[in-house]
Ligand binder design. Sequence first.
Ligand code: C5P
Length: 218
Amino acid sequence: GKINIAIDGPAGAGKSTIARRVATRLGYIYVDTGAMYRAVTWHMLQLNIEPDNAENVLQEAQKLVIELIPDENGQKVLVNEIDVTSEIRTLAVNRSVSRYAQIEGVRLQLSTIQRHMASRKGVVMDGRDIGSHVLPDAELKIFMTATVQERARRRFAEMDASESITLEQLEQEIAQRDQLDEQREFSPLVCADDAIVLDTTTMGIDEVATRILELAHT
Ligand code: C5P
């Protein structure tokens, strides 16, 4: 039968690339929960609603319809039918997303949707709190890590040339985002007790995907 696979870890560890590949191989659905937090963040930035104003954020978040639609290049992300696939990957969103993701009501709203998406099994879900909080009963839990230097290098390599930031700055921003995600009050970034830790610093994409597929079949 089908299982659920949770893949958690800090920013830039390679979760989404691997999760997508594993999902394709297994014929499973890939759910990128980071894209959902990014979509909420993009929308709040559009409306100029500060993360400190939790009440306002929640009120607006409840009106949002967020859709993740698989396509050849991964997935399309729609917010109230607007395609925000590239908008949610900008530095502006990177810099704010952890502040909005700290809000308990936002987390409750998104984790409820995420649980629904996984209720019929056959889902590979990546994020920060999937194994620990959203899907504590997932049959396979992976915690992917890599050094912050390596993670920054990977993100830098896939960045748009129009984004003016140095590798060193990016490394700092990633470290800062990890810290906010680890230290927040509600469902922080944490390795679940029963997760298998994969340090991908010196591993290739194929190697990591193969390892997870092996684990999924056992
Ligand atoms: O994975 P990605 O880098 O796209 O996630 C963006 C941000 O969304 C994270 O830094 C974190 O603040 C938030 N997030 C979260 N819980 C998740 C997934 C993402 O808080 N399950």
